[in-house]
Design a protein around this ligand. Sequence first.
Ligand SMILES: CSCCC(=O)/C(O)=C/O
Ligand SMILES: [Fe+2]
Ligand code: NI
Length: 192
Amino acid sequence: MTYLTVYSDGETPETLLRTEDPAEIEAALKEIGVRLRHWEVVDGLGDDAGQEEVLEVYRDEVARIVAEEGYTFVDVAQLHPDDSPDWPERAAAARAKFLDEHTHDDDEVRFFVSGSGIFYLHVAGKVHAVLCEAGDLLSVPARTTHWFDMGTSPDFTAIRFFHDDDGWVGDFTGDPIASRIPDYDTIVATRS
Ligand SMILES: CSCCC(=O)/C(O)=C/O
Ligand SMILES: [Fe+2]
Ligand code: NI
């Protein structure tokens, strides 16, 4: 289930809101121009499903949103724990890529097929930390300052939608705010 925590963005961030209530989450996100929708999760897709299989299973939903919103490039980002000796390094490197505050010229539109991750949206003096889980489709407007934490043991599959064939391009702001706000592991551990 989606979980939202809102923090002030000062030197000592305060928790302003914690909620799992879908209507409250959607209303809070709407205030900052962010849209959260839900698609029915298709059961039976294993962690070993590749990009083609994931996109095939969600073919109708993907085609509908592509037609409605004009995306030109769709891909699948995923990471699941495995037993290989280099897993800790690969997990840490993947996590680090999105962990600093950045923006995109394109909207950030992500559908969680499985697992979870937290998008931190830094808008108007607050940080909205949106823990997305399977079935969540989050649409963040272009140029919104944000970062993403997949945690120290990443486990997720997400479909990404782009208007730009170059796919993921991030502009980093250099603001160290992400280091002051509770990370994925902390939020998940303290969620009651
Ligand atoms: C869950 S998709 C991977 C993260 C990503 O694409 C992004 O832009 C994070 O800010
Ligand atoms: Fe991003
Ligand atoms: Ni998994």
